[in-house]
Design a protein around this ligand. Structure first.
Ligand SMILES: Nc1ncnc2c1ncn2[C@@H]1O[C@H](COP(=O)(O)OP(=O)(O)O)[C@@H](O)[C@H]1O
Ligand SMILES: [Mg+2]
Length: 259
């Protein structure tokens, strides 16, 4: 049963005593996410889930602590310098730009794209099930379609870390399930079909995709994530495999889940 000993991989994301003070409130996060891992963050409204993602993305600066991405200290880096993509619940797209340009912004701000870049944008739209939607404006799309466009742009960037803050919360259950399936497929495609685990020596064109998904839906976390972090009052109260949601030991987590 015991796995052969090998050095632990450098975490894709590491928060080392990251502390943020708002008035009298203090949030403090310690967290490690392995390369290729899918971490779900759950917890009550106001617990600090968005704050945590904003700290990682660089929209907020911590008062103390360090944020490492793939082993490199990024605490002082501007958001654009960090090797990650972020998808919000809404407002991910520029309404005055068509879908093609919105997705293309994932790789370049130039208006003229090379043939190769055009092909990559088209492929990303195909991958999210929106072939031929390039000329449409975001305002003519449904909520689910807009989030697909946002996902296409995020995935096109090929950044190793994908942060999602309740990205599908505004969608109905069926559409949300579709989007999570889509995300699962995109992640598997990026990881060469092998989820984190066995064959670490396998050569990959891009680094495996590591996902941090904030969701208010514990069932989504249980189904899709490898691991779950439960945030409560500005700290990570519990982390564990997604299956822990079936029989949580922590009293606050039990109460959050309504057990
Ligand atoms: N910029 C800010 N200024 C002051 N307080 C903030 C700020 N951002 C977040 N907070 C505090 O952090 C709490 C948690 O916010 P947030 O991270 O958005 O929670 P969640 O995403 O879990 O619902 C808020 O209720 C608020 O008290
Ligand atoms: Mg939030």
């Amino acid at each position: 049963m015991t796995a052969p000993t090998r050095p632990l991989p450098t975490p894709a994301l590491h928060l080392d005593a990251v502390t943020c003070r708002f008035g009298t409130e203090t949030m403090r996060f310690d967290l490690s996410v392995a390369p290729g891992e899918w971490l779900a963050i759950i917890g009550p409204s106001g617990a600090g889930k968005s704050t945590l993602l904003d700290l990682v993305a660089g929209f907020l600066s911590p008062d103390e602590g360090r944020i490492l991405i793939d082993g490199i200290d990024r605490t002082g880096d501007a958001p654009a310098q960090r090797p990650l993509s972020l998808v919000f619940q809404d407002n991910n797209l520029f309404p005055h730009l068509d879908v093609f340009r919105n997705v293309a912004l994932g790789i370049t701000a130039r208006r003229r794209l090379s043939d190769g870049e055009r092909a990559r944008v088209e492929a990303a739209l195909d991958a999210v099930g929106l072939p031929g939607f390039g000329h449409r404006r975001p305002g003519t799309l449904s909520g689910g379609e807009r989030q697909r466009v946002a996902l296409a742009r995020a995935v096109l960037r090929e950044r190793p870390l994908l942060l999602l803050d309740e990205p599908f919360a505004a969608l109905g259950p069926a559409l949300r399930a579709d989007m999570l399936e889509l995300l699962t497929r995109l992640k598997a495609a990026r990881s060469g079909g092998a989820p984190h685990g066995d064959d670490r020596s396998a050569k990959r064109s891009a680094p495996p995709m590591t996902i941090v998904l904030v969701t208010h839906n514990p069932e989504d976390a249980r189904r899709h994530a490898d691991r779950v972090a439960f945030l409560d009052a500005g700290r990570i109260a519990v982390t564990g495999p997604a299956a822990m949601l079936d029989a949580p030991e922590d009293a606050a987590l039990r109460s959050y889940l309504g057990r």
